[in-house]
Design a protein around this ligand. Structure first.
Ligand code: HEC
Ligand code: HEC
Length: 465
């Protein structure tokens, strides 16, 4: 038995050497070997990962437990929303892959959780213009760009920018922490519309302000938190030596950021184990899928690095379905609306594909309900747009689908040239291999997050909806 194995190994080593011995050009060595060829699947894949600098992701530093404990309560805390009815977890539900399972998210004026969340009777309601992203690995150091259009970001070294402009606090430890103070400001998200009372029928002191009154809103949110005795100890433990009068929104943000970093770092997928050197961590099918992803299918052109994102912006001609955003509605110009450069129109930040299986529906507007269809779209955007079936998204949004010839033409003329499959189109079998690879990006620890949910909140508000 041993002997046979040794023989085989020697034979295959000879095969690898063969081109050199026979004087074949060196390039023949790097030519893609077939699965029956001389190089094993693992050798091929490891070489390709190496070529593309795909290495183990450095986890963020461990977060101070007292800061995480405070942040955990604040993440589920409805007291920080104008009407005391919405928390971060309403949309970033840890039991739903840290998102909400909706194409576009529903904030004020809606009720219910996850896919069941709907407008609350005839309350004034407005969709958020985009799909709720998941929060996996946002605390990793390289993650410095937030939002589908990158309108917030930075590092402690470069400083932070955000929709709050000059009012953006600069004392955060990460872009993730800098992000946390933004969702409380828009009326349709957490703050509430004028005239809408809170769940106890009391006036909402934030509702008459404008979306741009960042500092006033932040002060009111901070006051809501410090007013509850239940938060005194949590705050004192998280910020020892800082008197209550000196606490501001950046303390609240830092705590929520620490919680998300602690809870949503997900770097224990089969692919991570493979990157650590365990060849058995991936199935053959997933390895073949990875070879395509990092090879012929060129997914790595944008989904690069350990987190499968270059954090850059590209137009892949997503179907223009849903409400759209801003002046361009019912279209969404994405990055173009931020830079005001038409060349950036329809570009969105490349999503990380970590835990992507848990993240349906897909794209910035949740256009695709199924992962396979989101992948297929990349392979032939033109056909995908022509055949797009809007009934796969919520009925209130499916009617808002812009597919006139002009729009389709504009979408396709600025399509990213990085979107390309080398050689023949992918077969069904190859698409399934890519899907098997995407599956191997799921961290099993992300599947059950029930233990994250606090038993009760310092404000006494209900966790149910
Ligand atoms: C009503 C639903 C809703 C609520 C409530 C909400 N979010 Fe979000 N969140 C979204 C949507 C939608 C986006 C994407 C918006 C965009 O890109 O234009 C987003 C984006 C994010 C991002 C950026 C992720 C990335 O990769 O770009 C983070 C981080 C985040 N939210 C954290 C929070 C925190 C913390 C809270 C509570 C303070 C919160 N969210 C409250 C819906 C919500
Ligand atoms: C030109 C850059 C580019 C290339 C190449 C590319 N993608 Fe994407 N991908 C994107 C962008 C940008 C989005 C988001 C589009 C949007 O929201 O409108 C996306 C979205 C996705 C999504 C949905 C993720 C989510 O959270 O919504 C999946 C899955 C995906 N890509 C897989 C792939 C696969 C597999 C390949 C190779 C066959 C690939 N991509 C090639 C840029 C690219």
């Amino acid at each position: 038995m041993m002997l046979t194995l040794t023989k085989i190994k020697t034979a295959s080593r000879r095969l690898i050497l063969l081109p050199l011995l026979t004087g074949l050009p060196l390039s023949a060595l790097s030519a893609p070997a077939t699965e029956h060829g001389s190089r094993s699947l693992d050798q091929q894949l490891r070489a390709r990962l190496n070529n593309h600098n795909v290495t183990q992701v450095t986890p963020p530093p461990s977060q101070p437990p007292a800061l995480v404990a405070l942040g955990r309560n604040l993440f589920f805390e409805k007291e920080i929303s104008g009407r005391r009815n919405i928390s971060c977890a309403t949309c970033h539900n840890p039991l739903l892959g840290s998102a909400d399972g909706q194409s576009q998210s529903r904030g004020q004026g809606a009720i219910g959780l996850g896919p069941a969340r709907r407008q609350n009777g005839d309350e004034y309601f407005q969709f958020l213009p985009r799909n709720t992203p998941s929060l996996w690995n946002r605390g990793v150091a390289q993650w410095t760009t937030m939002f589908w259009d990158g309108r917030l970001g930075g590092t402690p070294e470069t400083g932070f920018f955000s929709p709050a402009g000059a009012a953006t606090p600069q004392n955060f430890s990460s872009a993730l922490a800098a992000f946390t103070i933004i969702p409380v400001t828009p009326d349709e998200e957490m703050r509430g519309f004028p005239g809408q009372t809170d769940i106890f029928g009391q006036a909402n002191e934030m509702s008459e302000l404008g979306n741009e009154d960042f500092v006033q809103i932040w002060d009111l949110v901070t006051a809501r938190v410090t007013a509850h005795d239940g938060y005194n100890d949590l705050l004192a433990n998280a910020f020892p030596g800082v008197p209550e009068s000196e606490l501001d929104i950046s303390h609240i943000g830092e705590a929520i950021g620490a919680f998300m970093t602690d809870e949503f770092t997900a770097l224990n997928s089969p692919f991570d184990l493979y990157l650590k050197g365990n060849n058995k961590a991936l199935s053959k099918r997933a390895k073949r899928g990875a070879l395509l992803f990092y090879g012929r299918a060129n997914c790595v052109n944008c989904h690069s690095g350990g987190l499968q994102t270059d954090l850059d912006f590209h137009n892949i001609a997503a179907p223009q379905v849903g409400t759209g955003r801003g002046d361009a509605a019912p279209l969404d110009l994405g990055r173009g609306a931020i830079t005001q450069d038409p060349a950036d129109n329809f570009k969105f930040r490349t999503p990380s594909l970590r835990n992507v299986e848990l993240e349906a529906p897909y794209f910035h507007n949740g256009a695709y309900a199924k992962l396979a269809d989101a992948v297929r779209h990349h392979l032939d955007p033109q056909t995908s747009l022509a055949n797009y079936d809007a009934t796969q998204i919520e009925p209130e949004l499916s009617g808002m689908f812009v597919n006139d010839a002009d729009t389709i033409n504009t979408l396709l003329t600025t399509l990213s040239p990085k979107l390309s499959v080398s050689g023949d189109p992918l077969s069904e079998r190859e698409i399934n291999q890519i899907l098997a690879f995407l599956s191997a990006l799921t961290d099993p620890g992300s599947l059950n997050k029930l233990n994250v949910v606090p038993d009760q909140l310092p404000s006494g508000l209900s966790l149910a909806d």
